[in-house]
Ligand binder design. Structure first.
Ligand code: S3P
Length: 459
């Protein structure tokens, strides 16, 4: 069925969620693993890579540049040709809906001795790219996006011109105006090809998967708080192949955990989830509300910690009692960066708790797969929850949900999943429209919720 025509029917949670399951491999780590495997010398083995459309877009982009990939039945084998082994792409590179593929890839493409053209679907072509193109040009790259007069920014399609002769990109000393792992990663990957150091500073540390993976692969990178230095002088510019089992995606696990918290007797676990603190701000927010959440650590893979995330192991899944006493959720500052992708879920949960919740410092949500601030406000209003939007966030009065809402995901996977969670906590049946987008990050989402005891189905 076409993505836009798919929808879900969701009924209130009449029983606790129970069970233990896994979620698809971490999408952010998956992008980086495919990219670094494609730039490595030799065959990498990636197990547990998400089959979601976003990670697929990254695989297809590198396949188009001649990187051979195959499955051995259990893992994806990526035959890396080395940092200088990419070939002129066989046609335009289409990143689909994946902002991470597009932005991070620009860092690699702009260092190549061949020209390329990159684009994406309608939603991706509306997302700002100046943030990555400007610093890349600042180190000698010749790349230009399409001017979007409404956005006042460059967007896809982007033309990237070959670096002439044997020229390399220059060194770069750059302060990111906004914390962004995509921009940071693009600049670091371009830095692998540069003839001098890449020194970056962020206002606060965004997800640091690229840094961790590069360090695990022996690249000359150091971090100190929100500062990163990649200095290739004296480095042989060879990345060894990876043998990586991907941890589960905390951004997917969050939706199952959130659903479980709607019932006081839920008891469930999501196994082998990435527990990198740059990603787990949502756990801190929920614990602060009194949620019974616990990590059972399971070691490390390529510098990334992982663990089983348990709900209700100390007696009760619900945060409601704690939530009512404390009166809502407050998200802002550096915490906002560490739970950026989980804000839709946190807004949905906040709507079920009586009290005022405030989400600030989130202007980035306006340029995600949808304008998430407006999409969330529309979702809340559909359930009868009063809210105010601001340029950088929203405030809402939780509790008193109305039955029988219809919510349009606006083609945004995280809005669709947040609406499903909110619907589980609301009286009456809800219809979530345009749910095909969920395949970008969490294929099998409704099957996972159903396996735990949720009452929802494809309509
Ligand atoms: C991501 C970085 C974040 C995040 C996105 C994935 C990544 O975007 O919202 O879903 O994998 O680097 P920004 O870099 O735009 O903050």
């Amino acid at each position: 069925m076409q993505g836009a025509t798919r929808s879900w029917k969701v009924r209130p949670l009449g029983q606790p969620l129970r069970g233990s399951l896994k979620v698809p491999g971490d999408k952010s780590i998956g992008h980086r693993a495919v990219m670094l495997a494609a730039l490595a010398d030799g065959t990498s083995r990636l197990q547990g890579l998400s089959s979601g459309a976003d990670n697929r877009a990254t695989r297809e982009a590198f396949a188009k540049m001649g990187v051979a990939m195959e499955s051995d039945g259990r893992a994806l084998l990526v035959h890396g040709p080395g940092l200088d082994g990419l070939r002129t792409p066989d046609g335009e590179i289409d990143c689909g809906n994946s902002g991470t593929t597009l932005r991070v890839l620009l860092g690699v493409l702009s260092a190549q001795p061949f020209s390329s053209r990159v684009t994406g679907d309608e939603s991706l072509r509306r997302r700002p790219l100046g943030r990555v193109l400007r610093p890349l040009r600042g180190r000698g790259a010749r790349c230009e996006g399409t001017l979007d007069t409404r956005l006042k920014d460059e967007t896809a399609p982007v033309e990237v011109l070959a670096l002439d002769g044997h020229r390399r990109l220059w060194e770069l000393d750059y302060t990111l105006p906004i914390a962004s792992a995509q921009v940071k990663s693009a600049l670091l990957l371009s830095g692998l090809y540069a003839d001098g150091p890449t020194a970056l500073r962020e206002p606060t540390v965004s997800r640091d998967h690229t840094e961790r993976m590069l360090v695990a692969l022996g690249a000359p990178l150091q971090t100190m708080g929100p500062a990163v230095l990649l200095d290739p002088s004296g480095w042989d510019r060879r990345l060894p192949p990876l043998d990586l089992t991907l941890p589960g995606d905390p951004s997917s696990a969050a939706f199952l955990v959130g659903a479980a918290l709607l019932h006081p007797r839920s008891r469930m676990a999501v196994r082998s989830v990435n527990s990198n603190p740059t990603r787990t701000g949502f756990v801190e927010v929920l614990r602060d509300l009194g949620a019974d959440l616990a990590w059972d650590p399971k070691g490390e893979t390529h510098g990334e910690p992982l663990g089983d995330l348990h709900v209700g192991s100390h007696g009760g899944g619900s945060f409601r009692r704690g939530g009512v006493q404390r009166g809502g959720v407050q998200v802002g500052g550096e915490l906002a960066v560490r739970c950026l992708d989980e804000v839709p879920l946190l807004v949905a949960l906040a709507a079920t708790i009586p009290g005022r919740s405030e989400f600030t410092d989130l202007s980035e949500l306006r340029v995600k797969e949808s304008d998430r601030i407006e999409a969330l406000a529309a979702m809340l209003r559909a359930f009868g929850v009063s809210c105010e939007t601001r340029p950088d966030g929203l405030a809402l009065e939780g509790g008193g949900l109305r039955a029988g809402a219809v919510v349009d995901s606006r083609g945004d996977h995280r809005i669709a999943m947040a609406a499903a969670v909110l619907a589980l906590g609301a009286p009456g049946e809800t219809r979530v429209l345009d749910t095909g987008c969920v395949d970008t990050s969490f294929p099998g989402f409704i099957q996972a919720l159903r396996a735990l005891g949720g009452d929802l189905e494809e309509a």
